[in-house]
Design a protein around this ligand. Structure first.
Ligand SMILES: [Zn+2]
Length: 156
């Protein structure tokens, strides 16, 4: 699907399927996320929805994003308390975060295997594991992410 062709009607259907009443502002906020399929901060969402008309308040954006997270429409990725991203990809996956550029990208869940989980409390089961791999340093090959070479060998 070409994301740029995402219609307001499709967004409305998506909101309804998650039990979210499709108000004009909710549709615009959801459209900002799902037409891009990028990790956006609340401030970035605010800037996008107010690009043409300053009609949506910061409080509305924050409350709406909170509602989207609660209803499972988007996922919250908390890199640290000052860096929270809203992720339209709710499939299980991990993240690569560049601490120098602030760029965050997806890592396929299948690309990482986790062994040696600690014993969980009696009666509890693992509901999910979210990893954030933090990287720094210069990228020596701009295309390295495309061909799957995510990791450089550690250097001093
Ligand atoms: Zn993601």
């Amino acid at each position: 699907m070409d994301a740029s062709e995402l219609t307001r009607e499709a967004v409305t259907g998506k909101l309804r399927s998650h039990g979210v009443g499709p108000t004009h502002q909710r549709i615009e906020i959801a459209h900002a996320l799902f037409s891009r399929m990028e990790h956006l901060s609340a401030d970035q969402v605010l800037a996008i929805v107010n690009q043409h008309h300053a009609e949506t308040s910061k409080a509305t954006v924050y409350n709406t994003l909170k509602l989207f997270v609660e209803t499972g429409l988007v996922r919250e990725v908390i890199v640290d308390p000052t860096k929270v991203f809203y992720d339209p990809n709710v499939e299980p996956h991990h993240h690569l975060f560049d601490v120098e550029t602030g760029e965050i990208t997806d890592i396929d869940a299948a690309a990482i295997s986790i062994t040696g989980l600690p014993d969980l409390p009696p009666g509890k089961m693992c509901a999910g594991i979210d990893l954030i791999i933090r990287v720094r340093g210069k990228s020596t090959d701009a295309g390295s992410r495309e061909d799957g070479r995510l990791f450089e060998s550690p250097q001093g």
